[in-house]
Design a protein around this ligand. Structure first.
Ligand SMILES: [Fe+2]
Length: 240
């Protein structure tokens, strides 16, 4: 379905009928990618792994794939940006592995927030995911902190409580974003405040309806969706 929003924005057509049957996973195809696309797609892969691991649809079949993809991205994304071919190949495989995890385990509201704001403010998909990911982790941890803590532990991050481990995980994501020259807030990306305020209700309503929202580990209201957008616009830590 194609939906018209203000400013003539159109959403892409999506459906399992047009999902490819076969993927050619050949790292050589990625060697000529520009650095910004390497950063965007890499952080998208990290988001796929993390969202699939904490999704309400996760299972014993998707968990190992999600964890493997997260580890592989964290260990290789910066080397891949600097042109290391082995790291680039590992990133290419990590995105495919994360795809296998979320193809069955589904995603969460990082993607819901990204889909709606990305279409309106022309934010590349991976940039939007990288930006929202730490905010959504702080929001979702109230519903289920143990699975985010699992991820932090698997990565060898510091912390003796779930909260400390999760803070280490969000710090790591923000550190990666900074090192890849990705914005930490919508304001930093260049979203204009007046436009943001004008479109906030519409984005939040759209994000609630997104296909990724039902599998988010915390049930989310339109009001909360708006508050997450505002926190990500201003760069405020989520405490609600
Ligand atoms: Fe994605």
């Amino acid at each position: 379905m194609i939906t018209d929003y203000d400013k003539g924005v159109k959403y892409p057509v999506f459906g399992y009928e047009i999902t490819p049957d076969i993927a050619i996973i050949d790292p050589e195809l990625t060697y000529s990618m520009p650095a910004d696309i390497v950063a965007y797609t890499g952080m998208d892969a990290l988001t796929h792994g993390i969202e699939a691991y904490v999704s309400t649809m996760h299972s014993s079949f998707t968990d190992p794939l999600a964890m493997q993809s997260i580890k592989q991205v964290v260990n290789n994304i910066e080397k891949s940006i600097s042109g290391d071919k082995e790291a680039r190949a590992e990133m290419h495989y990590a995105q495919a592995i994360a795809g296998m995890a979320f193809g069955n385990g589904f995603l969460g509201i990082v993607h819901s927030l990204s889909h709606k704001s990305g279409a309106i403010f022309k934010i590349p998909h991976g940039v939007a995911n990288a930006l929202y990911l730490p905010y959504v982790i702080d929001y979702n941890k109230k519903a289920d902190s143990s699975r985010y803590a699992d991820i932090a532990r698997m990565l060898g991050l510091n912390g003796s409580t779930d909260n400390e481990l999760i803070d280490s995980l969000t710090d790591l994501i923000r550190r990666l974003n900074k090192s890849l020259n990705l914005p930490l807030t919508l304001k930093e990306f260049g979203v204009e405040e007046g436009e943001f305020e004008k479109l906030l209700d519409k984005m939040a309503a759209g994000a609630i309806e997104d296909a990724c929202t039902p599998s988010n580990p915390r049930e989310v209201s339109v009001e909360d969706m708006k508050k997450i957008y505002v926190a990500a616009f201003k760069g405020e830590k989520i405490e609600f």
